[in-house]
Design a protein around this ligand. Sequence first.
Ligand code: TMP
Length: 215
Amino acid sequence: MNVRMAKRGAFITFEGMDGSGKTTQLRRLAARLRGRGRTVVETAEPGGTPIGVQIRRVLLDSANRELCPNAELLLYFASRAQNVDQCILPALERGEIVLADRFTDSSLVYQGYGRGLGSENVLALDRIACRGLKPDLTLLVDIDAATSLERAHARNAAAVSRDRMDEQSLEFHRTVYEAYHRLAAREPERVKLVDGAADMDAIERAVWELVSAHV
Ligand code: TMP
């Protein structure tokens, strides 16, 4: 079935550097939408389904230092393919609102640019895994690379184990930051920047202003 034809709900994704606060904002948006009587499905990548959660463990386990860039890319898309088929498309077909914590844009900036695998390879996998499904709106919660790394390290220090992706260099995070900004400049209609340095309530209001036009 053609994905676009089947789609009736709204698909909104949150993107941003690690530690941007996007997950908190996603939850707040979900609560607001539910408060207005909307049915909302919250999902996350990697993860989102029981199989995706298992793939997430492999991807983020800091013991997996030998995971090669192509295997990493394919695992992110394996998780996504499962999420699209099992969770996202069925919810959209039921007319629900799907909020996703990361989607293909993350692979584009982290693997396509950060790892240097190229956007064409990422988009080729997107065609297989997502079959034309694109977010209606993407909220890019914007913080700089140094802040991102600082917050990620603080989070790791408090956690039982370190996260493999958070262990990347400042240079890697700078590349990701620049790639996110290029993406926002290339697709201004879909990708909207939200200032991640503002206080939580101000970010929530900014997100709502953008979303209320779509739902
Ligand atoms: P999270 O902390 O937002 O759950 O994301 C987990 C990590 O995975 C984060 O460092 C970003 C990274 N990531 C990619 O590198 N590529 C992807 O496609 C996705 C979805 C996440």
